[in-house]
Design a protein around this ligand. Structure first.
Ligand code: NAD
Length: 247
């Protein structure tokens, strides 16, 4: 049986990388997929892929940093489908620099998308989920949100912050039937890694006990599990998907 049959699922940053893999996995599992990303053409392409997988899908070109756009998207999804079952807060960016070099623009840009954007989307869906007495919110953290990383002051702060959201919301919303969990990927082969030199990528793989990068689909599988009723007693967890990077 498909694990997400009829579940109305909003996925941010779903036009590429882990978000796209998650949208496709959710589509295969029977979800009604709501694709959100910055560019209309990329959103349309992802929606078409979900539909080709046999799912109902709709798309919104928006920035999670824009509260008005997020609220309108949620209102339209509710008007069309009457409910919201799952939110995957996946959209994220990097703008790396050491503390001594990081500009305020770099700091603010990453906090705005990776932290404030997660807050916007969660706040936009929470009333519906509480009213239903059910729902799942999944937040993209990172191993960097557990251990920190050279050159990622802004990103690490946001990814630690997302774990703070997860633990806080799991306490607030658990009693109302809404589960909240975080996923902490390690090194996953997506465009976000494109700025890392090949030599460094090689070294990074050597640090992983499984000796390879992860695929977007391997993270998507974990989101699908956490969104499904198979994870019905998983709440407030931070699930690392890193090939054992940090053991
Ligand atoms: P990616 O860059 O391939 O995809 C991110 C998507 O988010 C893009 O399609 C982008 O357009 C979209 N996006 C960016 N800003 C947005 C905004 N303001 N509003 C809406 N959409 C926006 O990244 P990815 O590697 O697939 O990463 C997805 C998530 O997983 C991110 O939160 C990232 O921090 C996290 N993560 C990735 C890795 C990795 O190794 N790839 C590791 C740990 C955590």
């Amino acid at each position: 049986a498909r694990r997400l049959e009829g579940k109305v699922s909003i996925i941010t940053g779903a036009a590429q990388g882990i978000g796209l893999a998650t949208a496709l996995k959710f589509a295969q599992e029977g979800a009604i997929v709501v694709v959100c990303d910055l560019r209309q053409d990329a959103v349309d392409a992802a929606v078409a892929q979900c539909q080709a997988a046999g799912a109902q899908a709709l798309g919104f070109a928006l920035s999670v940093t824009d509260r008005g756009q997020v609220d309108s998207m949620v209102a339209e999804v509710k008007a069309r489908h009457g409910r919201i079952d799952v939110l995957v807060n996946n959209a994220g960016i990097t703008q790396d620099a050491r503390l001594q070099k990081m500009s305020l623009q770099q700091f603010d840009a990453v906090i705005d998308v990776n932290l404030r954007g997660v807050f916007h989307c969660a706040q936009a869906v929470v009333d519906s989920m509480v009213a239903q007495g059910s729902g799942v919110i999944l937040n993209a953290s990172s191993v960097v949100g557990i251990y920190g990383n050279f050159g990622q002051t802004n990103y690490a702060a946001a990814k630690f912050g997302v774990i703070g959201f997860t633990k806080t919301w799991s306490r607030e919303l658990g009693p109302k039937g809404v589960r909240v969990n975080a996923v902490a990927p390690g090194f996953i082969e997506t465009p976000i890694l494109s700025t890392i030199p090949d030599k460094l990528l090689g070294q990074m793989q050597e640090e992983v006990p499984l000796r390879r990068l992860g695929s977007p689909a391997e993270v998507a599988n974990v989101y699908a599990f956490l969104a499904s009723d198979e994870a019905s007693y998983v709440n407030g967890a931070v699930l690392e998907v890193s090939g054992g990077l940090t053991v």
